[in-house]
Design a protein around this ligand. Structure first.
Ligand code: GRG
Length: 299
């Protein structure tokens, strides 16, 4: 029998991404009540493009553990809601002050600042509502919520954003600080994505530990590649403003080590992410391919 050809990564992202998008559209249907504008803003950002990397990681990690997509979909949606909230708030004038996101006007430009703040708040809250309502088993829902809260909060993404702002204010240039910022601000949520896939699939401690290690390396690889793209890609290709790191003299792998060294480090982290998947068989191949893709991507 002819061997089935593996799907290319962009196709995996598109197929699984569409599944997640359909679930998100249904979870965020617009109610017939006064807060319609709020839902419009939430839907504008959540359903407005994006690579869907984090929710697809949830699904691929679950598949690597022989779990079903169906069981992992609520976790995938919750992660994408938290990620989208972070993008909305990151674009605000008090943060990165960016007018473009996912190839369209950012949320506060399309609506207004107050609506954007509230849309972000509502998405963050709704993410935990989805886990509480849509995950059948109570203990699994509790573990998913704990993992997501840890990754998104003060010791994770929000803490990383704070450290990033402080580095900008103080002008501190320190490789250790850079690692802390990248691990918290970006890698924490990517790590949570693969761990949540394992939890949704009831994979057990051993596989969960391997996926956590994979996520930590993949998360760092992703952010270093993002630093490289900011210095080398176009605004059209990325759908967000490029060249901001150099303009603001931000602390990144590129501003600290240069583009070529940053590329090498990103590839090294991606290799480590793949190595961490050694306990898995072929069912983890899409995850391995995605880890490699993260550093070779052009968007
Ligand atoms: C709470 C006021 C307040 C603000 C929070 C949490 C936060 C602000 C910011 C989070 C930090 C952040 C946005 C990190 C950037 C990580 C990153 C590279 C995002 C881009 O991810 P992609 O490329 O985006 O996967 P798409 O659009 O494809 O989903």
């Amino acid at each position: 029998m002819a061997k089935t050809r593996p799907q290319s990564v962009p196709r995996v992202l598109r197929d699984r991404g569409e599944r997640v998008e359909a679930a998100l559209a249904s979870l965020l249907s617009v109610p017939d009540e006064p807060s319609r504008d709020l839902y419009e803003a939430m839907r504008y950002m959540v359903l407005g493009g994006g690579k869907r990397l984090r929710p697809v990681l949830v699904l691929l990690a679950a598949e690597a553990c022989s779990g079903s997509d169906e069981a992992a979909i609520p976790a995938a949606c919750a992660v994408e809601m938290v990620h989208t909230y972070s993008l909305i708030h990151d674009d605000l004038p008090a943060m990165d002050d960016d007018a473009l996101r996912r190839g369209r006007p950012s949320c506060h430009k399309r609506f207004d600042e107050a609506t954007a703040i509230l849309a972000g708040d509502a998405l963050l809250t709704e993410a935990f509502g989805v886990l509480a309502r849509e995950v059948g088993d109570g203990e699994t829902a509790r573990r998913l919520a704990a993992e997501l809260a840890h990754a998104a909060g003060a010791v994770g993404m929000v803490g990383g954003q704070m450290a990033d702002l402080e580095a900008e204010r103080t002008g501190r240039r320190d490789p250790d600080l850079l690692q802390v910022i990248h691990r918290r601000k970006t890698a924490a949520l990517l790590t949570a994505s693969v761990v949540m896939g394992a939890v949704a699939a009831a994979a057990g401690e051993h596989l969960e530990r391997s996926l956590r290690a994979c996520g930590e390396h993949l998360g760092l690889a992703f952010q270093i590649a993002d630093d490289v793209l900011d210095a080398s890609a176009t605004t059209e290709a990325l759908g967000k403003t490029v060249g901001k790191d150099a303009a603001a003299d931000k602390l990144t792998f590129v501003t600290l080590y240069g583009v070529e060294a940053a590329r090498r480090r990103a590839r090294d982290e991606a290799d480590r992410a793949v190595d961490a998947l050694s306990p898995f068989g072929h069912e983890a191949d899409p995850l391995r391919d995605l880890a490699r893709f993260v550093v070779e991507r052009t968007f």
